[in-house]
Design a protein around this ligand. Structure first.
Ligand SMILES: C[S@@+](CC[C@H](N)C(=O)[O-])C[C@H]1O[C@@H](n2cnc3c(N)ncnc32)[C@H](O)[C@@H]1O
Length: 268
């Protein structure tokens, strides 16, 4: 167990990121597949799939999706949402069945499914959670094991030039979920030489004035620069084909681009 994305945090995850445009991001992923893949992409491995934010819309597009995550709590939510979505879609399609994503509890660093996929994705900074070099290389090697030669790997990460120029700030957000208010305080501490940011999340759930839940988690995130990404990917059997502003992929990243999306191709 990693000690993060526990039950309490997973319970509020979808509310906290309710403003994130997963459908739009999934369209962008499909667009990048169409631009870069050698042939049609029918099967996708979603590494660090969380609550299924991308796995579900991609499955809704007819792709066979396997989601992998080490957090049982995040996976439980993904499975519940998946059951709901497939029931709704099947009902709307006059008895036709929709292939629900498969969800597997595992660590992406050591994953060995013994099969390959047309493409792999790691979305919402999952690669950044593999913050030391051993973890990073083990993860990229694992992605490579699950792709055929020429298979595509899409990932988004925090972009070093922007992190250094803008610096992560402290924030407070309030979100409503059912009859509760969620108050999330974020404090960040940057370690420039280690290329990591420690983000302390403090989440309070309030029903009226009463505190009904409290969670604290510290997430350690690595941020990346172009050449190290190219080198790490090359060391694990990939060529970095594109690194673009996320989600404006027509734009080269710069100091204003907090998140970049990378497209890498598995080498023979
Ligand atoms: C910020 S969430 C992103 C979830 C999802 N991709 C999304 O876009 O909402 C990061 C996820 O990566 C998972 N994760 C991080 N490191 C992992 C690892 N080594 N193995 C498996 N899952 C991991 C966490 O459990 C968490 O669900």
């Amino acid at each position: 167990m990693s000690g993060i994305f526990g039950t309490g945090y997973a319970a509020v995850y979808d509310a906290l990121y309710g403003g994130k445009d997963y459908a739009g991001e999934s369209d962008l992923i499909a667009h990048l597949f169409a631009l870069h893949a050698d042939g049609p992409v029918a099967s996708v491995l979603d590494l660090g799939c969380g609550t299924g934010g991308h796995a579900l819309p991609l499955a809704g597009r007819g792709l066979r999706v396997t989601g992998v995550d080490r957090s049982p709590a995040m996976l439980a939510r993904a499975r519940a949402k998946s059951a709901e979505m497939t029931a709704e879609m099947t009902a709307g399609m006059a008895g036709a069945t929709v292939a629900a994503p498969e969800f597997i509890e595992a660590d992406v660093r050591t994953l060995r499914l013994g099969r390959v996929f047309d493409a792999a994705i790691m979305m919402f900074a999952v690669l950044g959670y593999q913050h030391d070099d051993d973890a990073l290389l083990a993860t990229l090697a694992s992605v490579r094991r699950h792709l055929p030669p020429s298979g595509l790997f899409l990932f988004d990460v925090w972009y070093g030039p922007a992190v250094l120029a803008q610096r992560p700030g402290d924030r407070v957000r309030t979100i409503s979920q059912a009859d509760e208010r969620i108050l999330r305080t974020t404090r960040s501490e940057l370690d420039i030489r280690a290329q990591i940011c420690r983000v302390d999340f403090h989440v309070l759930r309030l029903a009226g004035d009463r505190v009904v839940g409290e969670e604290r988690e510290t997430h350690t995130m690595r941020f990346f620069f172009d050449r190290e990404l190219g080198l790490a990917l090359a060391a694990c059997g990939f060529r970095l084909e594109a690194l673009r502003a996320f989600q404006d992929i027509g734009r080269e990243p710069d100091e204003t681009t907090w998140t970049v999306i990378g497209v890498a191709r598995a080498l023979p």
